[in-house]
Design a protein around this ligand. Structure first.
Ligand code: FRU
Length: 686
């Protein structure tokens, strides 16, 4: 399918100005409710389909819509539909995905704002809810779905057409067999478009406020997007997944990402490129690698994940997976290892003799990809690990080279037992202290193995999860100039269908830079790098020492871009547990609780907005002095919780309401906090 260009910047600016400056450093959102009163007219009839049929709506064509497409179903394979009231419209229900059709509302006068709930397939050309002007049939606004069934609220500034006769068009011209339908519910206008019946103000989705490629305005536009992280790397538009090619070279940290710029969905892979002098403030650079057939969007061939090293001449070498779409190129090898070099760190030249590994080793029927090159001190050669698997077991292959171009197969470095997946993606292998660390992705999770290595074979001694949360995958390691072992992981929503940021034109982000270490229990630990302090606004920080908190909840502040640090004296605390509410309002919150006896940290998103719901429960241990510290990073839709024992728990969250900014703590019994600090973090893009 072909995707249209995302809306131009100029087109968006008037709408954006209304949504800028919605919140101060600490305060509640500054309401734009005064503007909504300027033009308030009733919206379409039967706005939430609560008649149970299409009263007030009109089928213009096709079979996708009819009274049978009004449904009261409440859940699907991915969770709850989240409709308002009992009924909503789903163009799948009556006649399945292939059916097409058009549905329009009665005409109504455009108000200052219009909002509605949308779900369904992503196809901006063929699947959308549109606002049409009656007088000339102009499509004034349109919004496609997110490839999820669950409904998310889109809010449009319609003040430019206030008082004009308009109608909504629900358009399904996608006859495909998957994600070829659109869902709509609860159309609201004027001030009601902005506020729920409980008085809370909706999070604004759907103004597609991403900057154009190469634009320098990302600071302001990123700030205007309520779910856009302010100090994490995310794509200016489109999709990213795995971090790749991490290296510090000539002082600069380089971060590449699997990237598809034309839609917030995975597609023919490019390598996006960003650089930073401190591994905190990233600046977008030109795309480093393009897919081989960019003129044919049907061709999924692309440059997949890989790694970067510098040679003795200080030239950058990238070794990556060259993926070929076999449907369009039969007879090719699907996954091979190719190389590119750069002497300026900006333009990358593909090696003329590619691929450098064109033959897949035996026992790799599940895949052969994601080369990660490292210098091996056991024999002073270059080594490369490549992910693979066969049958139910993932494995990691090992290669050796002295010139980064000709590679000799050493053998299988590590084979799983099936419990961590049948295809190990994105393997990394490196010495840490007197141990060797292997980590890889499998079953949508990241896994580590810590053990010993003799130059050809690895024996695992301790294993576990790289991240206890659900949204971390494809972590990549690199050693910086000062010898630290650093890592960045992709924080997508990989195991779930929930990607609400697609409504704003982008999907996926990278974690903050983490430093890796061996934990006291022998596992692999992570902590945030100290350079992150440069984001802190200490003058606005709130600090408490020797704070005792009991059954009465203590509100620490209101913010969604902050660092919350707590040190708990577990020996002096008499409580059985305590809970921290984040992204909290009267209607929703992310709950982080700790049970002292079980040493169990629980991240609970059962009532946390539009994102994935569930509970994740790592064991988190206090130190031998009885102290436990939590270092929590909040960034609009991102949560990373670092515990002092090295466990990290990350998750993407998408609050429904702008008021969901409270940070509060309560306990069952008394908890003694040696210290608590809540420090706003500023944007790394400004
Ligand atoms: C992991 C992965 C890699 C592959 C890349 C493609 O997320 O599947 O194995 O190289 O993504 O984008």
């Amino acid at each position: 399918m072909r995707f249209t260009a995302l809306p131009s910047l100029l087109h968006l600016l008037p709408a954006l100005s209304i949504f800028l400056d919605l919140q101060g450093v600490w305060g509640k959102p500054i309401s734009h409710l005064s503007k909504c009163k300027l033009a308030q007219y009733p919206g379409p009839s039967n706005p939430s389909f609560e008649t149970g049929d299409l009263t007030g709506w009109h089928v213009l064509s096709g079979t996708a819509f009819g009274n049978g497409s009004v449904t009261a179903q409440t859940s699907y394979w991915g969770g709850s539909f989240n409709q308002k009231g009992k009924y909503f419209v789903d163009s799948f229900v009556a006649s399945g995905d292939p059916a097409i059709g058009q549905l329009r509302s009665d005409s109504f006068l455009a108000s200052s704002y219009l909002s509605f709930l949308i779900g369904g397939g992503y196809d901006p050309v063929n699947l959308y809810v549109g606002l049409v002007r009656d007088s000339d049939g102009t499509l004034l606004k349109s919004q496609t779905g997110m490839n999820d069934e669950a409904l998310v609220r889109v809010i449009w500034d319609t003040s430019a057409w206030a008082g004009q006769d308009v109608h909504l068009l629900v358009y399904d011209n996608n006859s495909g067999s998957s994600w070829a339908h659109i869902n709509i519910d609860d159309v609201r206008t004027g001030c009601k478009a902005l506020q729920d019946d409980n008085g809370l103000t909706f999070t604004v989705f759907g103004e597609a406020n991403q900057p154009a490629a190469g634009s320098s305005s990302s600071c302001t536009l990123y700030a205007a997007d309520p779910v856009r992280p302010q100090y994490h790397y995310s794509p200016y538009q489109g999709w990213i997944n795995d971090p790749a090619g991490l290296i510090q070279w000539n002082g600069q940290h380089h971060l590449f990402s699997q990237f598809y710029p034309d839609a917030p969905l995975w597609g023919p892979m490019h390598w996006a490129h960003a650089t930073s002098s401190d591994a905190v403030h990233w600046a977008e650079r030109p795309v480093a690698l393009y897919p081989p057939y960019p003129d044919n969007p049907q061709d999924t061939s692309g440059r997949w994940t890989g790694s970067a090293v510098k040679d003795a001449q200080n030239q950058l070498h990238i070794l990556f997976t060259d993926f070929t779409d076999l449907a369009l190129h039969p007879g090719s090898t699907e996954q091979v290892v190719s190389a590119a070099t750069s002497s300026d760190g900006t333009s990358f030249l593909l090696y003329s003799q590619n691929p450098v590994i064109g033959t897949v080793p035996a026992g790799s029927s599940n895949g052969f990809r994601d080369p990660k090159v490292f210098q091996d001190p056991t024999d002073n050669s270059w080594k490369m690990v490549v992910g693979s698997g066969e049958g139910s077991q993932g494995k990691v292959h090992l290669y050796r080279s002295t010139d980064l171009v000709s590679w000799t197969y050493v053998g299988v470095l590590f084979e799983g037992d099936g419990s961590t997946g049948s295809m190990f993606e994105c393997p990394n292998f490196f010495p840490l202290g007197d141990k060797w660390v292997l980590f890889y992705g499998g079953r949508s999770l990241g896994w580590f193995e810590v053990g010993s290595y003799n130059g050809t074979s690895f024996i695992s001694e301790t294993s576990g999860l790289l991240d206890a949360g659900p949204d971390s995958y494809a972590m990549q390691w690199y050693k910086d100039a000062s010898g630290r072992n650093l890592a960045i992981t992709w924080l997508g929503n990989w195991p779930t269908s929930k990607w609400p940021s697609r409504l704003n034109g982008w999907a996926g982000q990278q974690s903050i830079t983490r430093e890796l270490f061996i934990r006291p229990d022998g596992g692999l630990g992570s902590r945030p790098i100290p350079e992150l302090v440069s984001l802190e606004q200490p003058a606005s920080a709130k600090v408490w020492t020797q704070k005792k908190i009991g059954n009465t909840a203590v509100v620490l502040g209101q913010t969604t871009t902050a660092r919350l640090r707590l040190t708990i004296d577990t020996a002096s605390s008499t409580a059985t547990s305590f809970s921290i509410h984040l992204f909290a309002s009267s209607a929703e919150s992310v709950l982080v609780s700790y049970n002292f006896a079980a040493r169990l940290l629980t991240l609970d998103t059962s009532n946390a907005g539009y994102g994935q719901t569930g509970q994740w429960q790592p064991i988190v241990a206090p130190g031998s002095d009885g102290k436990l510290s939590l270092d929590i990073f909040l960034d609009h839709s991102t949560l990373e919780i670092f515990s002092s024992d090295g466990v990290v728990t990350s998750m993407r969250v998408y609050p429904r309401y702008q008021e969901s900014q409270d940070i509060k703590i309560e306990a069952s019994g008394q908890v003694v906090f040696d210290s608590i600090s809540l420090t706003p973090l500023e944007s790394s893009w400004c």
